[in-house]
Design a protein around this ligand. Structure first.
Ligand SMILES: C[S@@+](CC[C@H](N)C(=O)[O-])C[C@H]1O[C@@H](n2cnc3c(N)ncnc32)[C@H](O)[C@@H]1O
Length: 194
C-alpha cells in the first residue's frame, strides 16, 4: 500500500467541503487517531473479505482500515462528495480499495456490483443527526440487510442520536466514548446475530 498523505492540505479540503455543505459533512475536522483506534481495534479485520466505509471524507479511517485488512480483503468506500472521492483516488494507491461516488442508501447495489453478497463490516462516519430523517432510516435499513450474519456495523458520532436507530435493527449494540478528543466521540458496535 502506498499512502501519499498531504496532511495539511487534506485538512483544508475537509474544512472547505464543510463550509460548502455543513449538513452532509457534519464536522469541521477529520476524526482523531485515538477515536479511530478505539472504534476499529475490537474487530478481526484480517478475517474480513468485504468491508464497507460510509463517508470516508479525506480518508483517515480508510487508511487505518487498509492497514488492518488482510491481503484478500476489499474495502468499498462510499461518499456522496465528488471532491473527497477524487482525493482518495489520488492519495491512496491500494488495489484493495474501491472508491465509489454514491450514497450509502445504495449500499446493497454497490456491494453486489463489486461481486459480494454481503459485507462483513460496515464503518460509518456519516453525520446521522444532520441528515434528513428519511435518508438516515433508509441507510440504517439497507445496512442491516447488507451485513453478513455475525458481522457488525461500527459507527462514530458526536451524540447518542443513532443509538435507538441501531437498537431497533441489530441484535446487540455495544457503546463507548472517547474523551481524549474534542468533542468527545461516541462509538457504537452493532452486531448482527450469527
Ligand atoms: C463527518 S464526515 C466524516 C469524514 C471521515 N470519515 C472522518 O472521520 O474524518 C461525513 C462524511 O459523510 C459523507 N456523506 C454524507 N452523506 C452521505 C451519504 N448519504 N452517503 C455517503 N456519504 C455521505 C460526507 O460527504 C462526508 O465525507
Amino acid at each position: 500500500m502506498i499512502v501519499k498523505t498531504k496532511h495539511m492540505s487534506s485538512k483544508l479540503v475537509f474544512l472547505k467541503e464543510f463550509i460548502r455543505n455543513p449538513r452532509m459533512v457534519g464536522s469541521i475536522v477529520p476524526t482523531s487517531r485515538v477515536a479511530i483506534r478505539a472504534l476499529l481495534d475490537p474487530v478481526d479485520w484480517r478475517a474480513a473479505r468485504c468491508a464497507v466505509e460510509y463517508g470516508p471524507g479525506t480518508g483517515v479511517f480508510t487508511q487505518a482500515i487498509l492497514r488492518r485488512l488482510g491481503p484478500d480483503g476489499r474495502l468499498i468506500a462510499i461518499d456522496t462528495n465528488a471532491t473527497f472521492i477524487a482525493l482518495l483516488r489520488e492519495q491512496i494507491a491500494d488495489e484493495r480499495l474501491i472508491c465509489v461516488e454514491g450514497s450509502a442508501t445504495d449500499v446493497e447495489a454497490i456491494v453486489a456490483a463489486h461481486g459480494f453478497t454481503a459485507a462483513d463490516y460496515v464503518v460509518s462516519g456519516l453525520p446521522f443527526s444532520t441528515l434528513p430523517r428519511s435518508v438516515a432510516d433508509a441507510i440504517m435499513d439497507a445496512t442491516a440487510r447488507v451485513i453478513a450474519p455475525g458481522g457488525a456495523f461500527l459507527v462514530y458520532q458526536y451524540s447518542l442520536f443513532v443509538l435507538p436507530l441501531l437498537k431497533r435493527r441489530f441484535a446487540r449494540v455495544g457503546k463507548g466514548v472517547v474523551m481524549r478528543c474534542v468533542p468527545p466521540a461516541r462509538l457504537f458496535w452493532a452486531r448482527k446475530a450469527a
